[in-house]
Design a binder for this molecule. Sequence first.
Ligand SMILES: NC(=O)c1ccc[n+]([C@@H]2O[C@H](COP(=O)([O-])OP(=O)(O)OC[C@H]3O[C@@H](n4cnc5c(N)ncnc54)[C@H](OP(=O)(O)O)[C@@H]3O)[C@@H](O)[C@H]2O)c1
Length: 275
Amino acid sequence: MAQVPGIRLNDGHTIPQLGFGVWQVPDDEVVTAVGTALAAGYRSIDTAAIYGNERGAGIAIAESGLPREQLYVTTKLWNHDQGHDSALRAFDASLERLGLEYVDLYLIHWPVPARDAYVDTWRAFEKIRADGRARSIGVSNFHVPHLRRLLAETDVVPAVNQIELHPNLPQAELRAFHTEHGIATEAWSPLAQGELLGDATLAAVAEKHGRSPAQVLLRWHVQLGNVVIPKSVTPARIQANIDVFDFELSAEDVAVLAALENGKRVGPDPDIFNP
Ligand SMILES: NC(=O)c1ccc[n+]([C@@H]2O[C@H](COP(=O)([O-])OP(=O)(O)OC[C@H]3O[C@@H](n4cnc5c(N)ncnc54)[C@H](OP(=O)(O)O)[C@@H]3O)[C@@H](O)[C@H]2O)c1
């Protein structure tokens, strides 16, 4: 079984470098998908209130029989629950759906700058962390100005910023800012939701290593130092996606993949996303 290394966070906790994303997996199907992932060796699950599958993820975790301390569970606060008191209430509801006493990581899902509520929300997150009900707190989809504001106006530096990141969108500016401030970079849609997998440049690197294009992409993330959370409901892919710790991309491979940068997103722009 693959041994997934850990990344140490700025609060002293450790997050597995590779986890299992469950966006777009319905609540009844997520029990099987998470169960398959846990059996394959994944120990980190990335869900969110808006995914509507916290309950199923919690069932799979309970049914696995794995000790809670061996698991790493992330969930996220949805945008309409931003604000101090509403965030506290939404966190309680997430914990109840998951059937857990604490989560390992709680994230503000999007900054939604138009709402201007992420600073108050973060103060609630600081309280949740102080109470020990989230071991670590972080953000998602924050750009540098949003992070700068949190750093200036609140006490706790986010442990993680979970952002869209793949070779089309390598996010050099944000990664440099994270490094400077001790924030871990977590990559969502690490496979660009499958869009990159047919690329000829990627296929050539994959063939050279006798690996699949998805494995090369995930290895690219690992070597960049990202935390990465691929999603799949296909058992063979779930297994293959974690088997990326026994080969290495050369500097030349990495340079070849750098040519895929084109700024293309698969998701919305965080500066304007306000659903
Ligand atoms: N914070 C945020 O705003 C945010 C936004 C988006 C996503 N996320 C998180 O990031 C996770 C991953 O992102 P994502 O789900 O958008 O996309 P992704 O992981 O980049 O790609 C998932 C897609 O790739 C396919 N796939 C997976 N492994 C494959 C393989 N080995 N070979 C070929 N195809 C493969 C999956 O198909 P099958 O499932 O059919 O196998 C699925 O269609 C999400 O599940 C979620 O937890 C967070």
